[in-house]
Write a protein that binds this ligand. Structure first.
Ligand SMILES: NC(=O)c1ccc[n+]([C@@H]2O[C@H](COP(=O)([O-])OP(=O)(O)OC[C@H]3O[C@@H](n4cnc5c(N)ncnc54)[C@H](O)[C@@H]3O)[C@@H](O)[C@H]2O)c1
Length: 360
């Protein structure tokens, strides 16, 4: 299969991890008879340096014409003095909006070899943690009306703020379908999280999810209130396969879910819209403190490439191959500095790339 990949090498340490992910993708292409064609895209600080704009329209066009985007991370102190609308992060927002990415996915997976890094109790971790949280990314309270006004209360004037949460059936249905499709590619279990005991928008959310579930009889479906879900993620995360939820609940639950796995350098993510063209990136930033030292952990970026193969290119065997190569490298006691522990072998960023390639 031939696939065009838009490659955002990013800023500071980011090009070092993207380089390792490309080596892994090239090895997969060779092994399975695929052709991956890369187009370099300037976005973030590097685009500011090159074009004076964090994400020019012509770069967005190239992304839209690709089969998917692989991104490292952007930003750093070099551009921190710039006004808000000219900073690297503006490029990220323009990319998400321009590519209409409404579904963000973050896996929460504990690598048994790194179990001691989890803040959860040993007996909870021992049951296994391997689920994904799907967050609706372009609706809800973050995109509703916000205002602060003066109001009269008991003879005094005071301020009153309003943030409005809105969802349409269409917005709920499209994230619902992505969630069911994701569940079909994983363990066929979906939990939809809402606050239907209080919020109208959640009651609509729940009714639309129930309608969509009729099209996916193979998926074991459940509803859960968000406060209970936050607790269950800490008490028994092994019960989850796929969680789907609205924007603000997802913002909070995705951070909680990443945190229980213990290492920021290990967590990939994806953002998808109505098509299979998505953006795949590690959840961490550009790690300016590590730049140029060849010590950053490339695994989150390599696992982001694996997610791209699984969810955008329909290449599950190839994705499994990368994930099990990473697992075998960890089994062999090989670590980068951020996940190093006593008795293990500490590798550089490129050394970790070499070790994973050797397993493929
Ligand atoms: N999506 C993105 O592009 C994105 C996301 C988050 C932050 N950022 C940007 O990145 C820059 C740096 O942000 P920050 O320092 O707050 O967060 P960061 O994630 O870059 O770093 C936080 C800490 O974690 C360490 N770290 C991060 N990734 C690592 C890895 N793969 N291996 C080993 N250690 C790792 C760093 O060395 C640092 O000590 C900022 O400009 C920020 O805006 C970009």
């Amino acid at each position: 299969m031939k696939k065009n990949i838009a490659l955002m090498r990013g800023d500071y340490s980011s090009p070092e991890i993207v380089a390792q992910a490309v080596r892994v993708l090239d090895k997969i292409a060779e092994k399975y008879g695929h052709e991956f064609v890369y187009t370099d895209i300037a976005m973030g600080g590097n685009a500011i340096d090159k074009y004076g704009d964090p994400f020019p329209d012509h770069e967005l066009e190239k992304c839209l014409a690709s089969d998917s985007v692989l991104l490292g991370a952007v930003g750093g102190p070099k551009w921190d003095h710039l006004p808000g609308d000219q900073r690297p992060e503006k490029g990220l927002l323009k990319m998400r909006g321009g590519m209409k990415l409404f579904a963000n996915t973050r896996p929460a997976k504990i690598w048994p070899q790194l179990a001691s890094a989890s803040p959860l109790k040993e007996e909870i971790v021992a049951k296994g943690i391997d689920f994904v949280v799907l967050r609706e990314l372009t609706g809800g309270i973050y995109f509703g009306e916000h205002r602060t006004e003066e109001t009269e209360c008991e003879g005094k004037t005071e301020k009153r703020s309003v943030d409005i949460m809105t969802y349409t059936e269409h917005e709920i249905e499209r994230i619902g379908r992505v969630a069911f499709e994701t569940a079909m590619k994983r363990g066929k279990k979906l939990c939809s999280v809402d606050k239907a005991n209080v919020l109208d928008s959640s009651r609509l959310w729940r009714s639309v999810m129930h309608r969509v579930k009729e099209d996916y009889p193979e998926v074991e479906y459940s509803d859960m209130l968000v406060d209970n879900c936050a607790m269950q993620i800490c008490r028994d995360p092994s019960q989850f396969d796929v969680i789907v939820t609205e924007n603000m609940f997802g913002d909070i639950l995705t951070d909680e879910a990443s945190e229980i796995t213990g290492s920021i350098g290990m967590v990939p993510s994806s953002s998808l819209g109505a098509t299979t063209c998505g953006v795949y990136e590690p959840i961490h930033g550009s790690a300016p403190d590590l730049a140029g030292k060849d010590i950053i952990n490339p695994i989150a970026c390599i696992l982001s490439a694996a997610m791209m193969l699984r969810y955008s290119f329909d290449m599950p065997a190839e994705a499994d191959d990368i994930e099990s190569a990473v697992s075998r490298v960890l089994d062999a006691g090989k670590r980068t500095a951020d996940i190093m522990s006593e008795g293990m072998e500490c590798l550089s960023c490129s050394g970790m790339g070499n070790a994973i390639l050797a397993e493929l």
